[in-house]
Design a binder for this molecule. Sequence first.
Ligand SMILES: Cc1cc2nc3c(=O)[nH]c(=O)nc-3n(C[C@H](O)[C@H](O)[C@H](O)COP(=O)(O)OP(=O)(O)OC[C@H]3O[C@@H](n4cnc5c(N)ncnc54)[C@H](O)[C@@H]3O)c2cc1C
Length: 467
Amino acid sequence: MKYDVTVIGSGPGGYVAAIRCAQLGLKTAIIEKYNVLGGTCLNVGCIPSKALLDSSEHFHNAAHAFKDHGIELENLQVNLQQMIQRKAGVVKSNNDGIAYLMKKNKIDTYYGLGSFVSKNTIKVTDAEGKEQQIETDKTIIATGSKPTSLPFLPVDKQRIITSTEALTLTEVPKNMIIIGGGVIGLELGSVYARLGSKVQVVEYMDSIIPTMDRALGKELQRILKKTLGFEFFFNHKVTGATNEGETVKVTAENPKGEAVTFEGDYVLVSVGRKPYTEGLGLENAGVQLGDRGMIAVNDHLETNVPGIYAIGDVVRGAMLAHKAEEEGVLVAEQIVGQKPHINYNLIPGVVYTWPEVASVGFSEEQLKEQGRAYKSGSFPFKASGRAKASGDTDGFVKVLADKETDEIIGVHMIGPRIADLIAEAVTAMEFRASAEDVARMSHAHPTYAEAMKEACLAATENRALHI
Ligand SMILES: Cc1cc2nc3c(=O)[nH]c(=O)nc-3n(C[C@H](O)[C@H](O)[C@H](O)COP(=O)(O)OP(=O)(O)OC[C@H]3O[C@@H](n4cnc5c(N)ncnc54)[C@H](O)[C@@H]3O)c2cc1C
């Protein structure tokens, strides 16, 4: 078979790239190593973690918030098996959805490992070892990433686990130790803390979610301690872990250089992810790697070999599904001669804890480093009528605007449902709105979104109305 474009990998980068190529009239193939489509995000990432986050949040609310709402329950119990089964059902229905989209767009799907034979020939080896070759004019590599492990702390998938195993546990841990206070660790830690686990986070740096605006990490840390009993151990250097059968021991050096030990029934290693290119045969096409195993690409996401592109987690930038999707669309449109553009500064970042955390644009720390003059306006959810009605009064919205022009240059939120609310900030910033522009727009009452309007009012001339 001969194709205009072949996409290797069916995660959010790959399958979206394939759909856009097909929409643009290109004869397209997609190759996926596993026998299901959707990649990390759908199978062991975004979707299953959000399914468990929702289920565990319902349980937590039933146990701790319902009474205040006048709802009394007796004999409340967790059925973890049902939770995990429901999660698997959610994943399966999305797998089927992507398979349907491939069919609808007349994209040929190949299940098997894709590897370059040469620049224009790709071999697909299926699970039984059967091989076939396809010819292609252009190739989009979207092979994603895998969890990073620590060299001195090998993952055994029994007691020492990654996010993948944490999504299929068969018991609620009594004590879960989490190495790394980043997004994935805090999300999965929240799942199990809500179900009753004691969660301890051991972090090398001095704060959680350290790449986001510092105010967010500080507030989230306070809330996770208060509502879920999280314990945080900062500036701790983990030195090893041993599976003791029923339990696991983690050793670390505290800030004073003393050896300390943590004991739990599971340790979740969530110290980041690394680009995945194993078995791709990049050398046969002459494609070069860049820093830290990433595929090197130029501003057009083209590798050093003309006609071979790479997108998503396997290239530089934020390891996020929506970033991978935008890159898939960009490459497809470039292939047919269009001139698309991605504003990487406006890719939002979200943490799906409760309250949720979301951010777009520059943080205060970045603006200070740039020496850029800015104004800041905040509005706390405790002053929001909507938040009081639901009982979700933790958190705030912070808007940063250019001191001279009033253009919004950063929005940082922690609060209820703000994973969806951040889209308003992205829209405003894409259209280069000023804080006053948003402050003058009608926001339905009562909504959480009013906090965005109020923070913009505060940033404009300190004229928030409800505080
Ligand atoms: C627990 C967890 C939660 C997450 N939550 C979120 C979230 O809420 N929001 C968000 O934006 N991001 C989230 N992420 C990150 C997100 O999953 C990734 O950014 C995203 O999946 C990257 O997409 P991708 O298309 O680049 O690669 P992937 O989704 O990793 O897909 C790559 C695919 O390529 C296949 N492949 C690899 N090599 C070959 C080969 N040689 N031949 C054929 N197929 C191959 C793989 O099997 C895989 O299916 C989460 C990640 C994890 C682990």
